[in-house]
Design a protein around this ligand. Structure first.
Ligand SMILES: CC(=O)SCCNC(=O)CCNC(=O)[C@H](O)C(C)(C)COP(=O)(O)OP(=O)(O)OC[C@H]1O[C@@H](n2cnc3c(N)ncnc32)[C@H](O)[C@@H]1OP(=O)(O)O
Ligand SMILES: CC(=O)C(=O)O
Ligand SMILES: [Mg+2]
Length: 350
């Protein structure tokens, strides 16, 4: 373990100092773009104004014979669009550490658009050693190419070993931005018996005891991802990082996508991935607090201006802890309101 005072030192001479605190940003959705698809890439300037993060995906879902085209497409889209103008994050998902593409992914992207890149998403992270490797390599590349702002790292939690090491991954580097749940690879890695990309499974249920009259037994579907999301959120929040739900693969089932996103939001996640344009509105709806909840949270904060004591509101006890809960909601509402004039009016925050 490094001494705390060495934790924040740059890992290469000339690399920018790591952030002490994460930049405060609204990241309701990480929108995945296939950069080898010319038609979709041409729409990125227009798309960038409508989402919080645009991610150029180089890993899974890009065919092997398109890997180089995807990388070049990403560089082209990064050069063609002023993402910062709309406050939109620019991320890429690089290929896995054991793949033949990872070095060229990082060398070409950091050398050509390193100053525009906010976050590198690293797939299939197994333990802190993977983060240490990427951390060192990014520092060397930042120094070599004169990158001014540290490029952050976001890990995908999608292997059984990664889940077992989630706390050590979260605390591996000050470059860590956060983590996303990768339900497809994780299901395969764990030997789960599902072909779905995220969401529930109708066969994962609990059933009530039989009754003497032989009536039909009540049964309810359970959440396959509850344990992993909770574990990821705790590891992230304990280290000042952000947790995200990942992909929802059934584009035709908006209701199920919304339910999955909402569970993640309630559990502490900041956002989710959007793979298709029809998931963007769902993420906007879900990852912003409910106006009635915001109004009540404002009343809690106003009832205890210094955040201490105990008061009653509508028959419900409020104290220092509920003040903190209210603050989470009000702070998020303010962040959303800065970007969304309609919701700003609805929230009516001063
Ligand atoms: C498990 C994991 O690793 S998940 C992460 C990896 N997967 C991905 O990144 C997938 C990202 N999404 C995609 O590549 C595409 O959505 C696909 C290939 C899956 C489906 O694309 P299509 O068959 O074109 O879907 P569909 O016909 O419904 O698209 C409707 C329109 O939205 C466009 N579109 C589709 N996906 C996207 C996207 N991610 N971003 C922007 N536009 C998109 C299509 O080009 C199409 O435009 P058009 O109406 O002008 O023709
Ligand atoms: C998100 C991702 O990569 C997965 O589910 O495998
Ligand atoms: Mg995956």
């Amino acid at each position: 373990m490094k001494l705390p005072r060495r934790f924040f030192q740059p890992l290469a001479t000339g690399a920018p100092a790591p952030f002490r605190e994460l930049p405060v940003k609204l990241e309701r959705m990480i929108h995945f773009v296939p950069p080898h698809n010319d038609k979709v890439r041409a729409r990125v300037p227009e798309l960038a104004a409508t989402v919080d993060v645009v991610l150029g995906n180089l890993e899974d879902a890009v065919p092997v014979d398109q890997k180089e085209a995807a990388r070049k497409g990403f560089v082209a889209m990064a050069q063609a669009t002023d993402f910062a103008a709309s406050g939109t994050g620019l991320w890429t998902r690089i290929n896995a550490l054991n793949s033949p593409w990872i070095l060229d992914d990082l060398f070409e992207i950091v050398s050509q658009v390193g100053d525009k890149l906010d976050v590198v998403m690293v797939p299939k992270v197994e333990g802190p050693w993977d983060i240490h490797y990427i951390d060192q390599l990014l520092a060397q590349l930042e120094a070599k190419h004169g990158v001014k702002k540290p490029i952050l790292v976001h890990a995908i939690l999608e292997t059984a070993e990664g889940v077992a090491n989630v706390d050590a991954i979260a605390s591996a580097s000050p470059r860590m931005h956060g983590m996303s749940l990768g339900p497809a690879d994780l299901a395969a890695s764990r030997g789960m018996k599902t072909t779905r990309v995220g969401g529930g499974h109708p066969d994962y249920r609990v059933i009530a005891d039989p009754t003497q009259d032989g009536a039909a037994r009540a049964s309810a579907q359970q959440d396959l991802w509850h344990y992993t999301i909770a574990k990821m959120v705790d590891a992230c929040m304990a280290n000042g990082l952000k947790a995200f739900y990942g992909p929802f693969g059934d584009f035709s089932d908006g209701d199920a996508c919304e339910a999955q996103f909402r569970n993640a939001f309630l559990m502490g996640c900041a956002g989710a991935w959007t793979l298709h344009p029809n998931q963007v509105a769902i993420a906007k709806r879900v990852f912003a607090p409910d106006p009635a909840e915001v109004a009540f949270a404002v009343r809690i904060v106003e009832a205890m201006p210094d955040g201490t004591g105990a008061v009653m509101l509508d028959g419900k006890m409020q104290d220092d802890a509920t003040w903190k809960q209210a603050k989470v909601i009000v702070d998020l509402a303010r962040l959303v309101a800065e970007k969304d004039p309609e919701l700003a009016k609805t929230y009516g925050l001063k």
